[in-house]
Design a protein around this ligand. Sequence first.
Ligand code: PHE
Length: 346
Amino acid sequence: LKTDALTRIENAPDVAALEALRIEFLGKQGSISGLMKTLGKMTPEERQVQGPLLNGLRTETTDAIAARKAVLEDAELEARLATESLDLTLPAPEAPKGSVHPVSQVMDELAEIFADLGFSIATGPEIEDDWHNFTALNMAETHPARAMHDTFYFPDLDAEGRRMLLRTHTSPVQIRSMVKQGAPIRIIAPGRVYRSDSDATHTPMFHQVEGLVIDKDIHLGHLKWTLETFLKAFFERDDIVLRLRPSYFPFTEPSVEVDVGWQDVQGRRVLGGDGDAPGHGWMELLGSGMVNARVIEFAGLDPDEWQGFAFGVGVDRLAMLKYGMDDLRAFFDGDQRWLDHYGFSP
Ligand code: PHE
């Protein structure tokens, strides 16, 4: 039995045949298993002789099967490797990927540009209190400029008796920065702002970036240079021209509204992503000015020692200009086709 078993195992042609042999010899009804069972009926003397012999037979058979199995499996693997070849030139299946939204893209660009100018990033809450959003910015309860903001108010006062609202601009971060870190300051504050307003160029939620510099001997020239440098870097062109118009904001004095345009090679002023904006000489871009002394005082600094400038720019509007988009509402529809159209797919 032993030589027969070992020869047949040695010659088993494949793993399946080997498994059949294993069952034939070592399975529950197997011939070797059968012999093992006879041990129970032997006399102790017989068992002493036969026991080691049968156990040896079982072990040898088991080992032989394992050895043959290893050989067969190796051979099978070799055969598979020989027939299966991998075509590394085949294109990989396309995996869906996300992309950066134009608003995030612009915010990242702004953060980078201003980082080069030594500005760090500040943030403030979107649910703001009346004091930071208005009062400390020189808009008293009865100030008419409050009406310009179409504010979303919360219906009830909060636990501390504060009137809460969705911030209508990023300017409250000016106050928070001055109160928290004192002077000097050089920050930008990007974020969401809210106004009850909706048409092609207004959405109830939109994005601003606030800029604030507080230091000694800061003047309007610093503001102009900073804005020019920022806009040239942002639009990636040197022929940017700015127009500074006198304006009014309660929290800046003097206040300056800034329009942007640029010249083509013939010296004609052109605008917008496609270089044409018929009927428009200038694009109104941002509000700015020298921080009102009253605001510096509200925030706990001495206006005789510290001055500065501030500006607030619409991020969505910057994105529209740079990438030639025309409907602001589409920014927040989440329509992949719109992103594709403007090249915002990966
Ligand atoms: N907060 C103003 C707005 O939302 C913009 C602004 C910011 C103007 C800073 C002046 C200085 O319209």
